[in-house]
Design a protein around this ligand. Structure first.
Ligand code: FE2
Length: 282
């Protein structure tokens, strides 16, 4: 894991530009890079179900990381208290309404209740905002969702939130960010929740750059493919890059890359002449 405090990157800011002084009242940001191949899988007690978390909070249920279903692994019936969003890196996950395939986004809005099974195995990159409930009939709770607990709940809602339908990433419109060679897709706007977040994917062509910006809230990046250069060093495919609030970053790619991004608030550009729309979906 590479950790970088932003003090050195802030020194590189051009002081002649307005709005370019870091806010001294705020704590310095931090950029963390993690190669997920360096972390071990944790089996959650049921055959064929694993997670590998970059961020796991067993109190709140918040999770950022990877889920793995081996062939024929089944989650068991559960209800999402808060939203979970997954991107299917490979394989399929099937529940009572649909099958989520490689390249699909799967959204479980608050209240969504289902039992997920993978017939062929699957690998997911996921971010959960809250806890998950399993029924009391699960005598021994072995949940893939961190912090899950047991509680009596009724039958599954008759009408499922339409947001749960698979969202094929490649079918979402590509939008120009205004930065040459960088385009994005808005994948989900968290409209069914209390969170004003965005999930996007970004595609950098070879040599493209997003100019320097400062985060105002947490920004999570997963590199699906290619190479990404950050202020904390390079991140390749299967790496997470997480930026805390008040982190200064410039993102470039030597040979092109495809990113998944969860953003909790719009970023601020360091160059006031650069009046681009937020490239992370706001
Ligand atoms: Fe679920």
């Amino acid at each position: 894991m590479i950790l970088k405090n932003n003090s050195s990157t802030q020194k590189s800011i051009n002081p002649k530009k307005k709005n370019m002084k870091p806010d001294k009242k705020k704590p310095l940001g931090e950029i963390q890079i993690q190669d997920m191949a360096e972390l071990d899988w944790t089996n959650i007690g049921k055959p064929g179900l694993f997670h590998k978390g970059l961020r796991i909070d067993y109190q709140t249920g918040e999770f950022l990381g990877l889920f793995r279903f081996d062939a024929n692994a089944r989650s068991g019936i559960h209800r999402h208290v808060d939203i979970a969003i997954s991107y299917i890196l490979c394989g399929t996950v099937t529940d009572y309404v649909d099958t989520f395939r490689q390249g699909d986004i799967g959204v479980n809005p608050p209240g969504d209740t289902h039992d997920a099974l993978s017939y062929e195995g699957a690998l997911l990159v996921s971010r959960l905002e809250g806890l998950t409930i399993y029924p009391e009939s699960e005598k021994e709770l072995k949940a893939i969702h961190p912090g899950a607990y047991r509680e009596s709940f009724g039958t599954i809602e008759e009408t499922r939130n339409p947001d749960v339908a698979p969202i094929p990433l490649r079918e979402q419109p590509l939008v120009n960010t205004g930065c040459h060679g960088v385009e994005y897709r808005l994948l989900y706007d968290y409209g069914s929740t209390d969170h004003d977040y965005r999930m996007t994917s970004l595609q950098f062509r070879a040599g493209a750059q997003l100019p320097s910006f400062v985060t105002t809230a947490r920004l999570d990046i997963f590199v699906i493919a290619g190479d990404l250069n950050t202020d904390a060093g390079p991140a390749m495919a299967n790496h997470f890059v997480t930026l805390k609030a008040n982190s200064t970053a410039t993102l470039t790619s030597n040979f092109g890359c495809h990113l998944l991004v969860w953003s909790e608030a719009p970023v601020q550009w360091l160059d006031p002449d650069f009046a681009n729309k937020d490239p992370f979906g706001f």
